[in-house]
Design a protein around this ligand. Structure first.
Ligand code: DGL
Length: 264
């Protein structure tokens, strides 16, 4: 079946984090129509249980796919992907691209052999992460820290609010205070919110290199949609599951071409 050129790519996250994936996607596919969907009524995912996240994400993506008819769904959220990707793939017929903590490239980048992994509490305890560590970081040390404070800080930052430096310090201490933490030279940002804070994290962590999955995800989406036509019949839109506290996001959304908002 020929793909409708106005069919959108649906980019899904719990909040503003997926915008870091949208930035990378715009570089790969500037003409692709996009609907950005944030389950802000469910934010934060990282402090919820596996069962809660899986039920929420499958239910929402099922309803969104039915209503919005995307050509592809990108789960631009490590927490949702590491927990629910397999089950969502089982029930939806559209192609689904997930977000995987960038442990493989980090293992190739580290010189000291000590890698920090910043994610949500839910992400860092997943067996998915254990498997990636086992497969790609053999002989390296992976120091994990769950940092809900960075989700809060990133949400504030995109609303133009000041970021509380204590939140960044807490996350940095969570890595550095662990055994071998002083030898970390590479940090995996395994939550899509965290690249919004690279500057603040870099100021406190000193000379480390950061790696996240956004560019790889964007390339994967481009690969899966290669040869398809793209045309925007209406402006790109941001969908939220709650109207609360979204007005202040308007400039950050408009800067990314998301000129309309709606509640789903
Ligand atoms: N942006 C999400 C991630 O990549 C999670 C933030 C949250 O809802 O806790 O993991």
């Amino acid at each position: 079946m020929t793909q409708d050129p106005s069919a959108p790519i649906l980019l899904f996250d719990s909040g503003v984090g997926g915008l870091t994936v949208l930035d990378a996607l715009r570089r790969e596919l500037p003409d692709a129509p996009v609907i950005y969907a944030a389950d802000n009524a469910g934010l934060p995912y990282g402090t919820k249980s596996e069962a809660q996240i899986a039920a929420r994400v499958s239910g929402l993506l099922g309803r969104m796919t039915e209503r919005l008819r995307p050509r592809l769904v990108c789960i631009a959220c490590n927490t949702a992907s590491t927990i629910a990707l397999a089950s969502v793939r089982e029930v939806l017929e559209v192609p689904i691209v997930g977000t995987v903590p960038a442990i493989k490239p980090a293992a190739a980048m580290t010189k000291t052999g000590v890698i920090g992994l910043l994610g949500t509490q839910a992400t860092i305890r997943q067996s998915y992460v254990d498997r990636l560590e086992h497969e790609f970081a053999q002989g390296k040390r992976l120091i994990r820290h769950g940092a809900p404070e960075l989700v809060e800080a990133a949400e504030a930052r995109l609303r133009g609010q000041p970021v509380d430096p204590r939140l960044i310090q807490r996350a940095v201490d969570g890595l550095r205070m662990q055994p071998d933490g002083d030898r970390i030279d590479t940090v995996v940002l395994a939550c899509t919110h965290f690249p919004l804070l690279t500057q603040e994290l870099g100021d406190l962590l000193g000379s480390v290199q950061f790696i996240d999955g956004a560019a790889g995800i964007a390339r994967r989406v481009a690969y899966l949609t290669a040869g398809q036509g793209f045309s925007r019949s209406k402006p790109d839109m941001a969908l939220f599951t709650s109207a609360e506290d979204i007005a202040a996001l308007a400039p950050a959304l408009a800067q990314r071409g998301l000129c309309e908002t709606a509640i789903f």
